[in-house]
Design a protein around this ligand. Structure first.
Ligand SMILES: Nc1ncnc2c1ncn2[C@@H]1O[C@H](COP(=O)(O)OP(=O)(O)OP(=O)(O)O)[C@@H](O)[C@H]1O
Ligand SMILES: O=P(O)(O)OC[C@H]1O[C@H](OP(=O)(O)OP(=O)(O)O)[C@H](O)[C@@H]1O
Ligand SMILES: O=C(O)c1cccnc1
Length: 496
């Protein structure tokens, strides 16, 4: 299947997909002459979603498309010019709007490739460039990366439950958060491990295989199940999956077999049946037995009905004979976690006299929520089998010692020394340099394959759903010490 070209998804520009405060800050920076001060922001989440042990990074290709098309149109500027403050004055003066019109994107962006396994506090993306521009990217980057990463992670978990060979069909469009939510979810669901979608626009736009069965209405539109199934087989003799639960599931299976025999006499095979209600473990076992006994051993059993990873795991434990999982609502809405809490934090600012960097920090009552200063990179150390062993966050603006020690930012007594010969790879890759794209984006299918390799390479203890093991992510000792000093420096000390 050819992937449709992604470019142009957000053309003409969607520059106004932003929060007003990005534009008010941009105006303020411009007024203060700070617009070109070099800044570094990191985009990261703090805790993996679904109480899981990992996330699958996704959304970069959409972010690239949005950034490449970023331009304020005449209509955008006219609208911004029409905005009024509470005293009725223009919110943005014409000179600033002219500045926005002529602004050329010149940032550097580094990011984890889509499909990379990522853990809490690790930058998925790093933006470096003029303060005003880097600030203006915040909302759209978060919108795109948060949702894509959330749904890709949900899909990876569903893949984990279904196992490597079962088929996963994403059926969620009708239950999605609007058209764009549905479209984005179909993309992320495929990237994270789905096999196909029922969403035809996602098929056209992203080259995702489209698949499906038929609805109850089809059966109800005929006088009997046999008539309904026969008619469907006439339309799609080699691609029929009959929904058998409209009246009585096991009776429906028998009717499906009746029609399948006729099909076979004409040289066609029934592709599958679908179960959509009742006890899916029991019904699938019974259906399998009846189909096998009738000689339809290759006919697949599709199940749907509010499925998600825990239910799929349970059904497998109950000996369900389901080989294709139709998953809708729970996948596209990431049902048990409404959003990934990814944030975009300023981490470095060039000194006013250009003599170096000021590294910046956002304090929090909880150390875990305190941001990490520096111009960060994530180094993934590998064991002798090439599997991820531990990740290190470090400041690329400082030299690294030969003997590296990782410190758990949540518990500084937990330390992991790294042997100098340990293999590693750097997770953030250059995507833009001075506003020009320097990376050829992989196809969606390639990102999907990467996601599967990455998740498979994780230890099962990190992948499990219940109380997963925490993958070690540490700060390089120098960075840890610098951050601690900065916290102490910035935190007000009040005597008791
Ligand atoms: N063997 C099973 N073990 C655990 N959960 C199951 C099992 N079989 C089905 N389920 C799940 O139980 C939930 C309820 O299914 P059930 O068919 O009883 O209700 P329903 O969705 O209201 O049915 P209907 O569509 O007929 O109204 C669904 O999420 C379904 O996937
Ligand atoms: O359960 P989900 O994971 O959200 O999967 C999508 C659901 O959408 C359909 O139901 P619906 O009742 O809308 O239509 P139908 O007549 O095709 O069953 C389908 O039968 C699934 O149950
Ligand atoms: O093709 C299907 O079976 C399908 C499509 C959307 C929603 N539920 C089922």
């Amino acid at each position: 299947m050819n992937a449709a070209p992604l470019s142009g998804l957000y053309a003409p520009s969607l520059a106004l997909v932003t929060d007003l405060y990005q534009l008010t800050m941009a105006y303020g920076y411009w007024q203060q002459g700070l617009q070109d001060r070099e800044a570094v922001f990191h985009l990261y989440f703090r805790k993996a979603p679904f109480q899981g042990g990992y996330a699958v990074a996704a959304g970069l290709a959409l972010a690239v498309d949005w950034v490449e098309n970023l331009q304020f149109s005449d209509d955008d500027l006219a609208y911004l010019g029409s905005l009024r403050g509470s005293k009725g004055g223009a919110m943005f003066p014409p000179e600033f709007l002219r500045y926005l019109r002529e602004m050329k994107f010149t940032c550097d962006i580094d990011a984890m490739p889509e499909g990379t396994v990522v853990f809490g506090n690790e930058p998925i993306m790093r933006v470096r460039g003029p303060l005003l521009q880097a600030q203006l990217l915040e909302t759209a980057l978060l919108t795109l990366i948060n949702f894509q990463t959330l749904v890709a992670t949900k899909a990876a978990r569903i893949r984990e439950a279904a196992g490597p060979t079962d088929q996963i069909l994403e059926f969620g469009l009708r239950r999605a958060q609007g058209f764009d939510g549905g479209l984005g979810a179909s993309r992320a669901a495929y990237l994270g491990g789905g096999d196909a979608t029922s969403n035809v626009l996602a098929g056209q736009r992203y080259g995702i295989p489209v698949r499906g069965t038929h609805a109850h209405s089809w059966v109800m539109a005929f006088e009997s199940e046999v008539q309904a199934f026969s008619a469907y087989a006439q339309a799609f003799p080699d691609d029929s999956v009959f929904l058998v639960d409209t009246y009585d599931t096991l009776e429906g299976v028998r009717q499906a077999i009746h029609v399948a025999r006729d099909m076979r006499a004409k040289g066609h095979e029934l592709a599958g049946i679908r179960l959509d209600s009742g006890d899916l473990a029991y019904l699938s076992r019974e259906a399998r037995a009846v189909l096998d006994e009738a000689g339809f051993t290759e006919t697949r059993i599709v199940a749907s009905n509010d499925l998600e990873e825990n239910l799929i795991t349970s059904l497998k434990q109950q000996g369900a004979r389901i080989d294709t999982w139709g998953v809708g609502t729970q996948l596209v809405t990431a049902y048990n976690q409404a959003a990934l809490g990814g944030v975009y934090k300023l981490a470095a600012l060039r000194k006013a006299d250009d003599s170096g960097w000021d590294f910046t920090i956002k304090l929090s009552e909880q150390v875990a929520k305190t941001s990490i200063p520096g111009i960060l990179q994530v180094r993934r150390f590998l064991n002798e089998h090439g599997k991820a062993r531990a990740d290190m966050l470090y400041n690329t603006a400082e030299d690294l010692p030969i003997h590296l020690i990782l410190i758990d930012p949540a518990d500084s007594t937990r330390r992991l020394p790294i042997r100098p010969e340990t293999q590693y790879r750097e997770l953030l890759e250059p995507v833009f340099r001075r506003g020009q794209r320097v990376l050829d984006l992989p196809t969606l299918a390639e990102s999907r394959a990467l996601a599967q390799r990455e998740v498979q390479a994780l230890d099962p203890s990190v992948r499990r759903f219940l109380n997963p093991h925490t993958f070690p992510v540490g700060l390089e000792m120098g960075l840890y010490e610098y951050r601690t000093r900065l916290i102490l420096e910035k935190r007000p000390v009040r005597p008791a």
